[in-house]
Design a protein around this ligand. Structure first.
Ligand SMILES: [Zn+2]
Length: 552
């Protein structure tokens, strides 16, 4: 007799996302694994006395989603322990939110806030005086929503020792008053470290709370695997390790260790030791290494082939190119998967130069390095990405003409022509590059993959319509491609495709049930579909209250 299943889902529309893109009616799970996928009849042969049955009544089933770049521990801790500035529409509103926070916590020694939009202070960024008026004696440090700029008051500048004479650190900008030359209150990229190095880190307990906070929301979005880039804090790493030991991780994490541009190859032994510490983790490992190579367009720090339109600058390269190449080559040799933040076309070229250099020096192996964001890419470099087997990690959440970004920042900073060719997607797929989509949470606060799946298809802000609002229409892609980018392609990029990413016999039972079939609904409504059930390795981690199962 066949082994009996713990759980059978039947009468479904199961999109397996296997190589043949096959569909099935039913699947059976035993323990953490998928026992069989097939017709109702095939699968019911595995029904035993203790098998739980769920009649899907035609509902759509997909593999659990991946988020291939989400700052889980940082975003979670920030959501719980800082001033939330996400809804502030002006510098004054943000300052008022800080004031309110201070009124509740009068003894606080430093105020941290997150989430102001770059549109509240275009050009030189928001000003210190607005914060000084409200909080003159306690340092105030407010991260922009993209975390690439920091708005501070005079007290924070004073503690950091930033004055008129302080020169910009490599890869960073201290914004200055055009008349006096004094620091005006906004710090970009590496210049932020001058202040943030003095801020106490979140504790292990705070990070743990943050990760658990994220997991709860993510489970309701159907997310079962995540890549958190940019782990550089011991407390965050300890938080993951402890949660793994306590059996509290309900997502599979494959995270990146941060590579410090100041340390080059001197840090490699340390990175190897850190990777080794987590190498036997089931749900938490750190097998990749994260490089920041440039900044962001909204901070005029993304590194561009042609200068910005609004200032005489190409942006900021964070790394010395030679040190970058040698460090990439060494980490490649040590079999790290390399994950590179690159926004500008010039920085993506340099990112690829490093990966090419690394691969020439070494016997070929299945490296699967990745470049994320890819806001502007020279078409020649798309072909190079394919040649070098580089995975693209795009952010479809940003595929739209959001007025405060597109019309107020991107068009004036980049010029109309460049703004119109942002964020390639279909041209990556045409080149057969694996595209594994990501939210960059908390840069994207609402990180539900169904939002991004819709945006990848429509490239139009949710709730809006009209041809003039389509962002780079030639880059629209199919629903099928978008689903793959959140499932099997994510698994490929994290070298988990043998384990999950599709619904196949022997793989882990990471499964979601949706209330509607995405292929049968209007494109503009995809975001309204709901996740009803999320299984992580066969265990239920989320169930919508409306999804009741009638015992059969
Ligand atoms: Zn990021």
């Amino acid at each position: 007799m066949a082994a009996s299943a713990d759980l059978i889902l039947y009468n479904g529309s199961i999109n397996t996302i296997d190589n043949d893109k096959s569909r099935a009616e039913a699947l059976a799970i035993t323990g953490s694994e998928i026992l069989i996928v097939g017709t109702n009849e095939d699968v019911k042969a595995f029904e035993g006395d203790n098998t739980q049955l769920i009649d899907l009544k035609g509902k759509m089933v997909l593999p659990g989603f991946f988020d291939s770049h989400a700052h889980v521990s940082m975003g979670g801790a920030e959501a719980l322990f800082t001033v939330d500035l996400n809804d502030c529409e002006s510098q004054q509103e943000a300052a008022d939110a800080v004031k309110k926070y201070l009124d509740d916590k009068p003894d606080i020694e430093v105020i941290i806030g997150v989430g102001w939009g770059n549109a509240i202070g275009t050009g030189n960024g928001p000003r210190k005086e607005i914060l000084d008026n409200i909080v003159p004696t306690v340092p105030v440090c407010l991260y922009s929503e993209d975390h690439h700029s920091l708005w501070v008051n005079s007290k924070a500048l004073e503690i950091a020792g930033i004055g008129k004479e302080t020169i910009n650190p490599k890869g960073g900008v201290i914004e200055r008053d055009p008349v006096t030359g004094e620091a005006s209150g906004t710090l970009r990229e590496s210049a932020m470290n001058l202040v943030t190095n003095n801020i106490p880190e979140y504790t292990v307990e705070q990070y743990k709370a943050g990760i658990l906070f994220y997991q709860k929301i993510a489970a309701a979005c159907g997310i079962t695997s995540v890549h958190e880039p940019f782990m550089r804090n011991g407390n965050a790493l300890d938080a993951y390790s402890q949660l793994e030991k306590e059996g509290k991780l309900t997502i599979r994490y494959r995270n990146s260790l941060f590579v410090d541009p100041e340390k080059g190859n001197d840090q490699v032994e340390e990175l190897i030791a850190e990777r080794e510490k987590h190498s036997s983790g089931t749900y938490f490992q750190t097998n990749s290494a994260k490089f920041f190579i440039d900044g962001v367009v909204e901070g005029a720090t993304a590194y561009l082939e042609e200068p910005y339109e609004h200032i005489d600058s190409h942006g900021e390269l964070v790394w010395d190119t030679q040190i970058y190449k040698e460090t990439v080559a060494r980490l490649h040799q040590e079999r790290f998967t390399i994950h590179i933040h690159s926004i500008g076309d010039a920085s993506t070229r340099i990112a690829l130069d490093g990966l090419e250099y690394a691969q020439i020096k070494e016997e070929p192996f299945d490296s699967r390095h990745a470049i994320t964001h890819l806001q502007l890419v020279n078409p020649e470099d798309i072909s190079r990405m394919k040649k070098l087997n580089v995975v693209a990690v795009p952010n479809p959440y940003w595929f739209m003409k959001e007025p405060s970004y597109y019309f107020d920042i991107e068009e004036p900073y980049l010029g109309k022509e460049r703004a119109e060719r942002q964020y390639p997607m279909q041209s990556l797929i045409d080149e057969e590059i694996v595209a594994a989509s990501a939210s960059d949470y908390p840069v994207t606060m609402n990180f539900h993959p169904l939002n991004a799946i819709q945006l990848g298809v429509t490239r139009t802000e949710i709730g809006k319509s009209g041809d003039h609002l389509i962002n780079n229409p030639t880059e629209r892609t199919t629903l099928e491609n978008m689903i793959e980018s959140f499932t099997i392609n994510g698994a490929y990029s994290l070298k988990l495709d043998h384990l999950t990413g599709s619904i196949e016999k022997g793989k882990k039972a990471d499964i979601i049930v949706l209330d509607q079939d995405l292929f049968k609904m209007p494109e503009a409504n995809i975001h309204q579909a709901k996740v009803l059930l999320t299984l992580f390795e066969g265990k239920e981690v989320y169930r919508d209250k409306e999804f009741t199962v009638v015992p059969s």
